[in-house]
Structures are given as C-alpha cells and as structure tokens.
Design a protein. Structure first.
Lengths: 114, 116
C-alpha cells in the first residue's frame, strides 16, 4: 500500500540556520511528490512538486527538495530559515495517475527560535 | 484574487444537528475535493468530484455527503454531526487529471467545525 512517512514530528531551528525536513514514501510506480505548508488555522499552500525530470526541485519561499529514487525520499531544504517559516509541513505523494489523488504524510511541525 | 473560497471559516453546530459547509472556486477546475483534518493530523480525503461524477473514499462514513450543483460550488453535508466530527474541513480543486497529467491541488483556507 502507498504511504508517506515524515520521521520528525517536531523540529526546532534557530533563525538563519539551515533546515532539512525528511520525507520517505512507499509506492510501486514513479510517484508524483509534493510539499505543502500550513500555517495555523489556514489551508495548505503548495511549496513545490516533482513529477519528472530534474530531481532537484525549486519552490517558493526559498525552499527546494531533492527526489532520490534509490532512497525513496523527497527531503525539503532551506539554506536559511526565517521566523515566518514556522508552520506545519506536509509531504504528499500522488498515487494514481488516472486521477489526482494524493496521500499526505503525518506532517512535521517547525518552530523557529529568534 | 481568492481562488478557493470556503465559508464560513468557523462553524459551530450542535450534536446531531445537520450542517453544511460550502466551497467555491474561481479557477474553473474540473475536480473538487473535500478533506477532513483533525488536530495535529494529516488531511484525510473524504471524497471528490470530477465534474459531476462523485467518488467516495471507501472509509468515509455515510454521515458525510456532498453536492456539486455546478462547476464553481461544492458542498459538504454532515447529516448528524458527532463530537468526533469536530475538525478542520478543507476544500481543494485541481484542473484535470489523466495519465501523465501534471496537476496540482489548490486548497482553500478551511472551515473549522465545532460540535457542541
């Protein structure tokens, strides 16, 4: 069965420090992969997505992610975190090419220390 | 600029009293989705519409129904809300899908439902 894991429930980083959020997926075919961010009380905003091609994907707000097929991973990175990046981050995998269904990981909560 | 709009942002209902949440979109997307998100959990897909075709997830309770009268609007009806139905309900849209289609879901801000 398809699944998405995010090993870190909560991460705290200092402002200006680098960030890496981990995501692993289980899916038999080539996955469509997404990272979404959710601020408290808000909907989800797409940060970036991978469908094919270059395995290093650039997104909004200075985020990037790298697809590593051999490790079934799609980790999210940012070189310098801002206080406004504090939010919940969800990794998701698109599991059915015939329609746009995605499965979300459990999320990683990011706190940023001034 | 709003693309996916959900009203109201907060809804309070009583145990067992039917409630309807609404979603509208200005994107003219064919597909609309409803998710339930409980506190500190990932969104869980309840069902989706592709145009007028309704697709229910296997584990969605019968208590949850949906209507899509036209392309722009989609409603989530909870016939008899229980305390366990208190959650954030997220609406999302995507343009289309098909083999190889590179589609993305766009989410609304959500409606937080409180059941008293």
């Amino acid at each position: 069965a398809q699944s998405v894991t995010q090993p870190d429930i909560h991460i705290t980083v200092s402002e200006g420090a680098s960030l890496e959020l981990r995501c692993n997926y289980s899916y038999g075919a080539t996955p469509y992969l997404f990272w979404y961010v959710q601020s408290p009380g808000q909907g989800l905003q797409l940060l970036l997505k991978y469908f094919s091609g270059d395995t290093l994907v650039q997104g909004i707000k200075g985020f990037e992610a790298e697809f590593k097929r051999s490790q079934s991973s799609f980790n999210l990175r940012k070189p310098s975190v801002h206080w406004s990046d504090a939010a919940e981050y969800f990794c998701a995998v698109g599991v059915d090419p015939s329609y746009d269904k995605v499965i979300f990981g459990p999320g990683t909560s990011l706190s940023v220390i001034p | 600029d709003a693309m996916v709009i959900q009203n109201p942002r907060y809804q309070v209902t009583q145990f067992g009293k039917p409630v309807t949440l609404s979603c509208s979109q200005t994107l003219n997307h064919n597909v609309m989705y409803w998710y339930q998100q409980k506190s500190s959990q990932a969104p869980k897909l309840l069902f989706h519409y592709y145009d007028k075709d309704f697709n229910n997830e296997a584990d969605t309770p019968d208590n949850f129904q949906s209507r899509r009268p036209n392309t722009s609007f989609c409603f989530l009806d909870i016939r008899s809300p229980g305390l366990g139905d208190a959650a954030m309900y997220l609406c999302a849209t995507s343009r289309d899908f098909g083999s190889g289609a590179e589609e993305t879901q766009y989410f609304g801000p959500g409606t937080r439902l409180l059941v008293l």
